[in-house]
Design a binder for this molecule. Structure first.
Ligand code: P6P
Length: 336
C-alpha cells in the first residue's frame, strides 16, 4: 500500500513525539479506531436491519435511547475494557462513570470521556452522526482504583481528543496536542488512512451555524450577531451562509474544512447551554484550538471551565478566532 499511511502506522510514527510514552496512548487510540470501524458497519446498514427505533429505554438525558446509541456505547466500552489502557469510561449514555474492573485496569493510566453516538436523532433520516472522545491521564496513583477526580479535569489537561464522523465517508479526526490529523476509512482494506494531514481552519469564515428556531430564546448579543451575519456588506463577504445540520460533529467538521462559527448559546430551555462539557465541548474545543481556531462559552475559554459534574452543560461558540471574538464582543455590548 505505497503512499498510504494507516491510522496505526501514523500513531506509531508519532509516538516519538512522546519520549516517555511506552505505547499505552498509542494502543488506546488504536482501540478507539477499532470500535469506530465496528460502529461504522452498523451505522452504514441502520436502514437495513431492525436496529432503528427506540430501545425502549430512556438515557440519563431523558432522551429516547435508540438501539444504535446503545450499540455504539457497548462497542466503545468493550474495546476500552479489552484494550487494558483505560481505567474508567465516562459516557453520555451512563449516569455514572463505568469503572473498568479487569485486573489490569487498576494500572491503566487513561480516562476516556465519550459521546458514543452524537446526533443520533438524525439516524432515521440518514444524516451524518458522530462519536466524540476525550482522553485524560489519571491523577490518582496506579495500582488503586481511579475515582471521580480523575475524570473531572479541566479541558486543558486532555492528552488527546477526537471525533468520528459517519457520513458520506467515515472519518476519524484527532489531536494529541501537536496539530489535527484526519483519516478516512477505506472499506476495501478496512483501514483508516491519512487523508487530511495537519488540518487548519481556513483563515476566514463565511458560515454561521446555529438553530435559529431558538431565536426568541437567545441572549440579545447572539440575536444581534445573527443580524450582523445576515447584513449585506461586500467588504466582509456578508451575508454569511447559514448552515445547520443539527449534528454537532457534522457541523463542526464542515466549519473546520470550510471556515465558520458554530453557536449553541444558552436558551431559556437550556439556561446552562445544551451541549455537554466533558464529552462534547472540551474535545471539540481542543481540536478547534489545535486547528488554529477559538472555543469559548461566550465569556471564557471552554478548556478553562471548571468541571463540577459529569454531565455538566456549557454554551459553545467554536470556529474562526475573529468570528468567535466578534461574537464575544456582541455578548458584552448587548448584554441582557
Ligand atoms: P438542537 C444532538 O442531539 C446534539 O447534542 C448535537 O449533536 C447538536 O449540535 C445539537 O444537539 C442539536 O441541538 O437543539 O439544535 O436540535
Amino acid at each position: 500500500m505505497s503512499g498510504i499511511t494507516t491510522l496505526g502506522q501514523f500513531i506509531i510514527e508519532k509516538q516519538a513525539d512522546f519520549p516517555y510514552a511506552k505505547g499505552e496512548l498509542s494502543r488506546l487510540l488504536r482501540d478507539i479506531g477499532i470500535a469506530a470501524k465496528i460502529v461504522n458497519r452498523e451505522v452504514n446498514k441502520a436502514g437495513l436491519v431492525d436496529i432503528l427505533g427506540d430501545a425502549g429505554q430512556v438515557n440519563v438525558q431523558g432522551e429516547g435511547q435508540k438501539k444504535l446509541d446503545v450499540y455504539a456505547d457497548e462497542q466503545f466500552i468493550k474495546a476500552l475494557q479489552s484494550g487494558g489502557e483505560c481505567c474508567v469510561v465516562a459516557s453520555e449514555e451512563h449516569e455514572n462513570p463505568v469503572y473498568i474492573q479487569s485486573g489490569v485496569s487498576k494500572n491503566a493510566k487513561y480516562i476516556v470521556c465519550i459521546d458514543p453516538l452524537d446526533g443520533s436523532s438524525n439516524i432515521d433520516v440518514n444524516v451524518s452522526v458522530g462519536t466524540i472522545f476525550s482522553i485524560y491521564r489519571r491523577i490518582s496513583d496506579t495500582g488503586v482504583s481511579c475515582n471521580n477526580n480523575d475524570i473531572l479535569q479541566h479541558g486543558t489537561k486532555q492528552v488527546a481528543a477526537g471525533y468520528v464522523i459517519y457520513g458520506s465517508s467515515t472519518m476519524l479526526v484527532y489531536t494529541t496536542g501537536k496539530g489535527v490529523n484526519g483519516f478516512t476509512l477505506d472499506p476495501s482494506i478496512g483501514e483508516f488512512c491519512l487523508s487530511h494531514p495537519d488540518m487548519q481552519i481556513p483563515a476566514s469564515g463565511q458560515i454561521y451555524s446555529i438553530n435559529e428556531g431558538n431565536y426568541s430564546k437567545f441572549p440579545n448579543g447572539v440575536k444581534q450577531y445573527i443580524k450582523y451575519c445576515q447584513m449585506e456588506d461586500s467588504a466582509t463577504q456578508r451575508p454569511y451562509a447559514s448552515r445547520y445540520i443539527g449534528s454537532m460533529v457534522a457541523d463542526i467538521h464542515r466549519n473546520l474544512l470550510k471556515g465558520g462559527i458554530f453557536l449553541y448559546p444558552t436558551t431559556s430551555a437550556h439556561p446552562n447551554g445544551k451541549l455537554r462539557l466533558m464529552y462534547e465541548c472540551n474535545p471539540i474545543a481542543f481540536i478547534i484550538e489545535q486547528a488554529g481556531g477559538k472555543a469559548s462559552n461566550g465569556s471564557q475559554r471552554i478548556l478553562d471551565i471548571e468541571p463540577k459534574t459529569l454531565h455538566q452543560r456549557s454554551a459553545a461558540f467554536l470556529g474562526n478566532t475573529d468570528m468567535v471574538e466578534l461574537l464575544e464582543d456582541f455578548l458584552k455590548k448587548y448584554s441582557d
